[in-house]
Structure formats: C-alpha cells, structure tokens
Design a binder for this molecule. Structure first.
Ligand SMILES: *[C@@H]1O[C@H](CO)[C@@H](O)[C@H](O)[C@H]1NC(C)=O
Ligand SMILES: *[C@@H]1O[C@H](CO)[C@@H](O)[C@H](O)[C@H]1NC(C)=O
Length: 245
C-alpha cells in the first residue's frame, strides 16, 4: 500500500502536473519567444531611431549649407561695387571675408558718395593707378623706388594684377584712397590693404593707365570716378549690362 500509494500519488501528480508542466514549458517557450520578439522589435526600433537621427542630422547639415548660401545678412553686404569712371565702368569684387572692416568702410563711403568726382591722381605705368584726393606724392614713391624690380619679377604673380587696395596706416575717411594694380606687384600686401579685385573693366583700368603723366606721375588730363553703385553677388547679369553698356 505504501508502495502503491506513492505510485498512485505520482501517477496522480503526473496526471495533475502533466498538463501544468506542459503549459509551464509552453509558457517558458512562449515567454522566450516574446522576449525574442521584444528584443528584435527594440533593436529594430533603435536601429531606425538612430538612422532617422542620423538622417535628420544630415538634413540639418544640408539646411545649414543652404542657409549659408541664402543667409540674408551676408547677401545684404554687396559683393561688387561698380566704379563709374570717365573712361568707363570698373566692377570690383570685394573680399568681404578677408578684409571685412575695410570692405565695410569702403561700402559706407560709396554710399556717402565719397568717391564721386574723385580724381585718379597718380598713374604709374605697369604698376598701379591711384585714386585719391591727396595730392601729395607720398605713397607713390614707395611704388616707383622699387619699380625697376617689377618688370624682372614677371608673370608668376599674374593673379596680383588688377587687385584693389587702399593705403595702410592711419586712414581717416577723407584719406581713403584706391589703388588698382596693373601688373603683378611683389609684396603687394606690404604696400596696401588688398580688399578686392577688378572682375570687369580691366580694359578701362588699362585705358586709365595710358594717360599722359608728368614727372610726379600725375595725369595731365583729368580722369575721375563719376560715381559708384552697389551690386549684389547674384546680379552678375546686371553687372555685365552695366559694364558693357
Ligand atoms: C556713368 O556715368 C555716365 C556719365 O556721367 C552716365 O551716363 C552713366 O549713366 C553712369 N552709369 C551708371 C551705371 O551710373
Ligand atoms: C551716376 O551719375 C550719372 C551722371 O551724373 C547718373 O546718370 C547716374 O544715375 C549715377 N548713378 C548712380 C548709381 O548714382
């Protein structure tokens, strides 16, 4: 009896626990599958959120790039100024990035009409033309005293032709002079603050250069800047019309 009893009990418990155990393994198996699915879903979720964050980062970068192009503040500052001279129009591109203060000052003076009627007071052939109200020989001496070297130093510095600069040192608004080089000038940055370059009307610059000058490099006939106008960076077409017209 004692043997049967536990056996019966065992059988009973087998019968009873059988399905319970079965369901327990099913539950465990089911839980395991659920955990797997959750893990899979979670990792998929993480993958996609990471991906979309990366994409939005990318999107941000792109829109930042677009902002740089369309930055209203930047395009407010004119990229070009057209100098209307008695020989024709000279369009200059301004180096807003490398010489922001000088460019700002120049634009301010253009708007005030500072250059209207300003004569080209010194013309040093194959070197530079200078516009300014200052009749002192001054800075021109520096250009000519070493002038003989320039012809020897030749064309490797071609990019420095038709550069726009102004005098260095103490420079009040009255004294803002313009220099446009007509040849590659070594150490140009030592002589002037370069803040732009001629992009159209190089022929006009060369026309001005041809003027007869006296021994002080002063033109015998008057050549002047009539007035100046601002141009936006995106108005190259308009620039063409102005400069060719
Ligand atoms: C340049 O000056 C000439 C002569 O005064 C004038 O006819 C012309 O309209 C001016 N150009 C601009 C763009 O102001
Ligand atoms: C420049 O001056 C000319 C002649 O005085 C005038 O016709 C022209 O409108 C002026 N241009 C600017 C941009 O002030």
């Amino acid at each position: 009896m004692a043997r049967i009893k536990p056996q019966a009990l065992l059988q009973q418990s087998k019968k009873k626990k059988g399905p319970a155990r079965m369901s327990l393994t099913t539950i465990i198996l089911f839980s395991f599958i659920v955990v797997l699915i959750v893990f899979f879903l979670f990792s998929t979720y993480r993958h996609w959120t990471h991906r979309s964050r990366f994409q939005s980062d990318n999107g941000l970068f792109v829109s930042e790039g677009e902002n740089e192009f369309g930055d209203p503040k930047k395009s407010d500052v004119p990229g070009y100024v057209v100098l209307n001279t008695s020989k024709g129009h000279i369009a200059v591109e301004l180096y807003k990035e490398s010489s922001p203060e000088v460019v700002d000052e120049f634009i301010d003076l253009c708007q005030k009409g500072h250059f209207n009627g300003m004569p080209f007071n010194h013309v040093i052939k194959h070197t530079v033309i200078q516009a300014g109200s200052n009749q002192k020989f001054g800075a021109s001496e520096d250009w000519t005293s070493r002038g003989k070297h320039y012809s020897q130093l030749d064309s490797s510095l071609k990019h420095e032709t038709f550069m726009l600069g102004t005098s260095k040192g103490k420079r009040d608004n009255e004294g803002f002079e313009l220099f446009i080089t007509t040849a590659p000038i070594p150490n140009l940055n030592e002589k002037v603050i370069v803040f732009g370059r001629v992009v159209k009307g190089e022929d006009v610059v060369q026309e001005i250069e041809k003027v007869d000058t006296d021994e002080n490099y002063e033109p015998k006939s008057s050549i002047r800047i009539i007035n100046s106008s601002m141009e936006d960076l995106n108005q190259d077409a308009a620039l063409g019309v102005i400069c060719n017209g």
